[in-house]
Design a protein around this ligand. Sequence first.
Ligand SMILES: Nc1ncnc2c1ncn2[C@@H]1O[C@H](COP(=O)(O)OP(=O)(O)OP(=O)(O)O)[C@@H](O)[C@H]1O
Ligand SMILES: [Mg+2]
Length: 498
Amino acid sequence: MSTLRLRELSVVNEITRVLTQGLPFRKTLSEVLKILYAYMGVEHSFVAFKDQNSVKIASSFGLPEPEGVAFGKGEGITGRVFSRGIPVVIPRVKESNLFANKTGIGKFLSPDAYALAVPVKVGSEIKGVLTVFKEFESEESVEKFLETLSIIGNTLGLFFKLSEKLEEERMRWEEEKRMLTMELRERYSLRGILGKSKAIKNLVELVQKIARTDSTVLILGESGTGKSLVAKAIHYESPRRDGPFITVNCAAIPESLLEAELFGYEKGAFTGAYSSKKGKFELADGGTLFLDEIGDLPLSLQAKLLRALQEKEIEPLGSEKTVKVDVRIVAATNKDLRKLVKEGKFREDLYYRLNVVELRVPPLRERREDVPLLIEYYLRQFNEKYQKRVRISPKAMKLLLEYHWPGNVRELANLVERLVILSDGEVGPEDLPEHVKKRDEAPRGELPKLIEETEKQKIIEALEKTGYVKSRAAKLLGYTLRQLDYRIKKYNIEVKRF
Ligand SMILES: Nc1ncnc2c1ncn2[C@@H]1O[C@H](COP(=O)(O)OP(=O)(O)OP(=O)(O)O)[C@@H](O)[C@H]1O
Ligand SMILES: [Mg+2]
């Protein structure tokens, strides 16, 4: 193989490498022209692509005025290749009457310079023209050069076709993403938080106000009250709505993995870290990070989280450098964080950091007037889903309204779904689950238990203070003796005698 052959091979090789690098379209073209200069001494060149009835320069090398230059069919050397689709070679181009000199290159060319132009085709369709200006030593090298240039022209054709396809795909994805975002925005807007009670109206109003700011929000409420729903509404009502909404459930991920999940890791940070991975903080950049079940965050990670919140930067595991992140934090828990702080299970400084704005989502039993509305809503939804027309009888409805809903809206939605699946026609009281029917036997909520526990403690204290003289203890507590006796029995308090 002659040295020339080798050089041609390496130029094609190099160009293929650039074309497959995934650079932007114009950047790729300009890299190709640079290679032509570096490997084949082409000091002036350009690629023009079809734009209606002409070809327009998309990228150039060593041209004085390439901007916006286009060649009509048959206009100049480039225009001729565009109309005929076959390569053209013009020796002593400056003297040729085909030379249009639209880019002003004429004055930079020697009298011996050639112009060579090859079509860029996709199938039989001419998509563009690659034009170069160059001097040669012999006729033979012109031919070899033209051969190589034709191969490059064909390769550019393939590249053009792929780029077109990719662009089409990209536009489709963009459109799809736009539709999905709109759908999400609709679903998780404030309108998704149902309820006409004062409690819900206040909540919605507050969410609206908070959403506009960038402050950290702590959402408190029992299980199933809609904390996650509220978190999403805050995001989708906020100026960050086009950014990501990322959830981390601090209770669902084992402690050993949670740090990597939150902050990411570098390749080789630990056994099995074969590549680096972004943490949720980085993924939420520009959007909202929802830390669900924050009360379950292990103490070991609380300090790291606090640092991330304060510095607004994170340090991936095994990494030396920190990464700036722009995220809004929304956290939620059904635990009593204050109590956890007192018990030393939750850092006080982190608590105050999260608790900039506190939102309490009320349990369903505190807003019973919303129950009919929610039942209606889910009934409609599940009837549609299961293609049914189930109704709820007034008697059954009465029981549902009196029920205390310890599992809140989630329990209500699940119950309605079950009723729709299991019944045809009307749901009567007998169709309701036992615990809903017999509300006397319904399990007690947390609060009554707490009250009882406090009462019992108070009685014991009073008894101890008064040396177990019941009449004095009763007076201290503001009870009659009978009332005190009743409670001593109820709580099984041991009355010591001296
Ligand atoms: N006000 C509401 N209007 C409509 N649907 C609601 C409302 N509140 C809650 N829901 C629905 O109830 C279900 C439970 O809500 P969500 O998951 O937000 O509760 P949560 O407080 O995050 O519960 P957990 O503490 O168990 O995580 C969801 O399906 C949610 O869509
Ligand atoms: Mg939740």
